[in-house]
Design a protein around this ligand. Structure first.
Ligand code: PAF
Length: 280
């Protein structure tokens, strides 16, 4: 496995693979890899001849008061995990390699950006779309792998790929959870012991909501109320949003019809966690 820091090094290696007719999978990450990322790499290894993992904490998807400066990083541990999982290349650029000092071209995916996380993190998806389109241009993968924990991100990226005719398939992989149901996230390391216990409330609440939908409840406001009430029983939890939207269009709906996404963002102490369920 190779670790490279520049776009030209990554491109040269990938071009050689392509000349040989090999298929390429890309797993875009911000590093501090956990079992959720590993499940994406495992799937990419199964489905492609060569796998690239990008590790880049993308500054332009963080708002001014967000956690960019403290976002956890451990390239040595990440390298080991990628190597063991069978990845072939890590692309780990510096911000200056990705963004020239007069960088000024952004990708804005429009409507599906505006609900859910887009409301509380206004520039977030513009940053995600911009960096993902750049990574897709560098790696030109046949397939790129994303976790369903960021369900809105997948919808936004799929829309961008369709709209801009980018020739890569976007693959959504299931949420990987801790044994008590907490969705794996690099941000879980911010949680104190008490907060870590409190954080299980997200999955508990969503499971109740999912059961309601499966039992035939069609009224979104009742599902939102149930999920919110359960989260509010946890004193350390502060809801950012609980919402039901159409999926993948990400439009707020009143009645359950077709595919839906129920998503939550909750502050546990200072840490903002997200989780969701999708019903097709
Ligand atoms: O999901 C993430 O870790 C990031 O948003 C991504 C897709 C790597 C873009 O920076």
């Amino acid at each position: 496995m190779k670790l490279v820091h520049t776009i030209s090094e990554a491109r040269n290696i990938i071009k050689e693979w392509k000349k040989e007719g090999l298929t390429v999978g890309l797993v875009p990450t911000m590093g501090y890899l956990h079992d959720g990322h590993k499940s994406l790499i495992d799937r990419a290894v199964k489905e492609n001849d060569r796998v690239v993992v990008s590790i880049f904490v993308n500054p332009i998807q963080f708002g001014q008061n967000e956690d960019l400066s403290v976002y956890p990083r451990d390239i040595n541990r990440d390298t080991e995990l990628c190597e063991k999982a069978g990845a072939n290349l890590i692309f780990n650029p510096e911000p200056s390699e990705m963004y020239a000092s007069n960088f000024s071209t952004y990708v804005d995916a429009g409507t599906p950006e505006h609900e859910l996380c887009g409301k509380s993190r206004p520039i977030h998806f513009r940053g995600v779309c911009t960096v993902v389109s750049k990574l897709l241009h560098v790696a030109t993968p046949d397939k790129a792998y994303f976790g369903q924990k960021d369900a809105q991100q997948i919808a936004v990226v799929r829309r961008m790929v369709r709209d801009l005719n980018i020739d890569s398939e976007i693959i959504s992989c299931p949420i990987v959870r801790e044994s008590d149901g907490l969705a794996k996230s690099s941000r879980n390391v911010y949680l104190s012991a008490d907060e870590r216990k409190a954080a299980t409330i997200l999955h508990k609440a969503l499971t109740e909501g999912e059961n309601m939908v499966k039992a035939g409840e069609k009224d979104c406001s009742k599902i939102i109320a149930k999920v919110s009430n359960i989260i509010n029983t946890e004193p350390l939890a502060k809801i950012d949003y609980v919402q039901v939207v159409s999926y993948p269009n990400i439009e707020v709906i009143d009645k359950i019809e077709g595919s839906i996404l129920t998503a939550v963002a909750v502050y546990i102490g200072k840490t903002r966690l997200i989780d969701n369920f999708i019903i097709e």
